[in-house]
Design a binder for this molecule. Structure first.
Ligand code: OFO
Length: 168
């Protein structure tokens, strides 16, 4: 059975993933409203991924016989001020989430809960991929001119993102 500490940490992380989905949803709606359909499409798809992550935590908590506590999800932060700012926020969010994942890995290690340690490895790998992806977005916007990106460069970037594959 999961310890109380780990059950709480995993429940908190489940809510964090739901929060991540809300963040991506809200940025996607913002991007669509700004006319960036490709960016919006990419972010909407990512919101789905975050919800899948939430479900993975939920299912694991149940599997280990602990109580799932579904709580209110905090509201997403304010809208980005530009596409550049949007990608910066996305990157920072992923870095924060990686730290949260690492904290649980540490806890599992301390408690010698190897099942949880093993379960968390999927997220360690996933966060690495997501940080790399977010870093790629920042690189692309940087090449396009960052805050001063010209509209034709943003147009090309938007088209490109419509097709960017996502993973889990
Ligand atoms: Fe759940 O992977 Fe991003 O945050």
């Amino acid at each position: 059975r999961l310890s109380k500490t780990l059950a709480k940490a995993l429940n908190d992380q489940m809510t964090k993933e739901a929060h991540a989905a809300q963040i991506y949803l809200s940025y996607a709606a913002w991007a669509d409203d700004q006319g960036y359909a490709g960016v919006a499409n990419f972010l909407f798809r990512h919101a789905h991924e975050e919800r899948n992550h939430m479900m993975k935590f939920l299912e694991y908590i149940l599997e280990r016989g602990a109580k799932v506590i579904v709580t209110a999800i905090p509201a997403p932060p304010s809208d980005p001020s530009s596409i550049n700012n949007c990608f910066e926020k996305v990157f920072q969010h992923e870095v924060d989430n990686t730290n949260a994942v690492y904290n649980i890995v540490n806890l599992a290690h301390e408690e010698r809960d190897w099942a949880t340690f093993n379960f968390m490895q999927w997220f360690v790998k996933e966060q690495l991929e997501e940080e790399t992806l977010a870093q790629t977005l920042m690189d692309k916007i940087k090449i396009a001119g960052g805050e001063n990106a010209k509209s034709d460069a943003l147009y090309a970037l938007d088209k490109d993102l419509e097709k960017t594959p996502d993973d889990a």
